[in-house]
Design a protein around this ligand. Sequence first.
Ligand SMILES: NC(=O)c1ccc[n+]([C@@H]2O[C@H](COP(=O)([O-])OP(=O)(O)OC[C@H]3O[C@@H](n4cnc5c(N)ncnc54)[C@H](O)[C@@H]3O)[C@@H](O)[C@H]2O)c1
Length: 310
Amino acid sequence: MKKILVTGAMGQIGSELVRKLRETYGTSNVIGSDLWKKEEVEGPFEIVDVTDGKAIYETAKKHQVDTIMHLAALLSAKAESAPQLAWNLNMGGLMNALETARELDLQFFTPSSIGAFGPTTPKKKTPQETIMRPTTMYGVNKVAGELLCDYYYSRYGVDTRGVRYPGLISYLTPPGGGTTDYAVEIFYEAVRAKQYTSYIAEGTYMDMMYMPDALNAIIKLMEADPGRLVHRNAYNISAISVAPEDFARAIRKHIPAFELNYDVDPVRQQIAESWPDNLDSSVAEAEWGFEAAYDIDRMTADMLGKLRVE
Ligand SMILES: NC(=O)c1ccc[n+]([C@@H]2O[C@H](COP(=O)([O-])OP(=O)(O)OC[C@H]3O[C@@H](n4cnc5c(N)ncnc54)[C@H](O)[C@@H]3O)[C@@H](O)[C@H]2O)c1
């Protein structure tokens, strides 16, 4: 992994991943791309619509990259309001990016999600290999995407690798319309108003992870010895299994007056209830040494220390 093209680079993950990759591999070796660009973003960047296969191919060729990190996607809650668009972007974009990887012999990373699981999946310590019958368009895309990546590995030898991310918590770029977005909003509102109204019900557990752990996982997986990777697409990874009231408890250690209320959104609640409480990440630990450094208290202290709310 010496020169990397990142799609969806303006998003919650991409904006931080590009920074991290540039620190590690050098600014000129990381090409950001998206449908749009914030003016202040520096370094090599291309406007690329991933539904245009030729555009991905030509960008990868122009910059002579050896790796694609494909992040452009429509997330769970947004995908549920526009399922056809989600299919076209999530599957069409992935296929285009994989084709470029095949044609140019590139290493390939794309994230799957806890959303790949469904209501019939075991909810606790969800195993690496288990029932995957998601009931959302996003989940359907993620399962199909995992299989497609494995297919490109076994059929064409493309070095595809992926993780099943939990909900990601970060302060640089707001989340893009997922079911776990509340876990970011709660911190912003704690700082701004000392109060948050959660659209996810009390007692609803989901897996979450702080962004630094999520970024380290990508680099560690992509740098791992390919001979050790049996599962490839995609590895369960897990850090913090939490319900809204757990965040409130952790936040009150810093903002004692913080109040948590509930106004449950039935669509996102139903999605949340169809997902696991926490994943078993032992296969990722064994095959490429996955580890998470942040628990809820360490993450909360860091988030509240770094958040700037306008
Ligand atoms: N953030 C999470 O909590 C989380 C959890 C699990 C998995 N993931 C996965 O990680 C990946 C990135 O997620 P994210 O949270 O950064 O998403 P995001 O919504 O924050 O960002 C997605 C980016 O893709 C771009 N995009 C949309 N359509 C495009 C197109 N046609 N061509 C090019 N770019 C396009 C958007 O402009 C946006 O900048 C996705 O595959 C997502 O499913 C995210």
